[in-house]
Ligand binder design. Sequence first.
Ligand code: SF4
Length: 368
Amino acid sequence: MKISFPRMGYSYIALKWLVENLGHECIVPPEPSNHTLDLGVRYAPEFACIPFKILLGTYIEVARMGAEAVVTSGGMGPCRAGYYWVMHKYLLEEMGLPLKIIAMEMPLLNLGDFWGKIDYLRRGGGVSLKELLRVLKVTWAKVKAIDDIEIRAHQVRPREVRRGDTTRAINTGLDYIDAAQGEEEIRQARQEAMDLLVGVERDDERQPLKIGIIGEIYVVLEPAANHYIQLLLGEMGVETDRSIYLSSYTRKNTIINLEGDLFAIARPYLNEAPIGGHGVNSIAETILYARHGFDGVVQLAPFSCIPEIVAKSIIPAVSRDFDIPVQTVFIDEQTGRAGVQTRLEAFVDLLQWRRERRHKQGKKVFSI
Ligand code: SF4
C-alpha cells in the first residue's frame, strides 16, 4: 500500500522509516506551502482552525502523489480535534479522492481498535510480530535522536558567529539520522550530528534572551505553520525552548516534564480542566517558564482555537503574577511571515529593555 501521514516538523524522517519497514511504500508529505494552505482553505469550512486546513491540503497533495491511505491521530474532546479525521474523510470523499484515513485513537480509549489498526498495517506489509517490535523500537530511537538534535540546535543558533551555520549543521545531521538503519547506527548518527552542532563557531560571551514557545500542538511542532518562529528568533539572537516535542523522552530534556502535573500547576487559574487541546498546558507552561527565569513566552494560537483563546484570556493574570511578558501570535491563512517577524522584533526589544533595566537594578539575570 502507498501510505502517507501528516507532516509535523522533522518527525517525517522517522515516520518514513516506519512506513517503509512495515512493508509499504511511503509517500512523504511535502513541507506545507502556500499551495497546501490554498487547497485546504478552498475545501475546508471557513471557520475550521488552521491545522485542519493545512492537513486537508496535505491530504489532497499526497492523494494526488498516489497515496492510498494516511495514518493520522484521532483525539478526544472537548475541542474539535476529535472529529478532524472524520471531517477530512467526508471532504475527501466529496472531492472524489480515494484516500483511506486510518486514525489511531489513544490506546487507553480502545485498545482493541488501536491494536486492530496496527495489525492491519503489519499484515498488509507481511511483517511478523517480532519484526514489528524491532521496527517500532528503531522508529522510537529515530524520534528521540531527531528531538535531541533539534533541542541542541535551538541552543546553538543564537550564539553562532556566521548566520546559517547551525541550520546547515542540523540539516546534515538529520540526513545522518535519515540514513541510519538500526539502533546502533542511529546512536552513531546522533553523535555525529551533535558533534557538527558543537563544531559550529560560537560566541559564548553572549547571554541570549530566553523565550519559551507554548500553544497548540500542530502550530508549535510544524515550522511551516508557525512561520519558522524558532529559526526567526534564533537568528535574532534569542534562545528558544519549545514546550512540545514528539517524544516524551526528549520532553524530559526540556524544563516542562520535570515539573509533574500541569493540570495541578494551572489549577489556581483554571479548575475546569480539561478544556481541550493544549489550553491548560499553555497556562501551566507560562508559570514554569517564569519560574525557570525565562525572559518571555510566545503563545502560538490558531485563529478560532477555543482552548488557546481560553488560555489567552487567563494568561494576563499569570503574566502579572509571575512578572513574565507573553506575546500571543494568532495564526490563520491571513498571517504573513513579515507581520510575525515585526511583532517578534518588537517583543524582543521589550524583553531586552526589561533585562537591561533589571541588570541596572541588580536583579539576577538568567543564564544557562
Ligand atoms: S486545539 Fe485548537 S486548533 Fe487544535 S483542533 Fe482544537 S480547536 Fe482546533
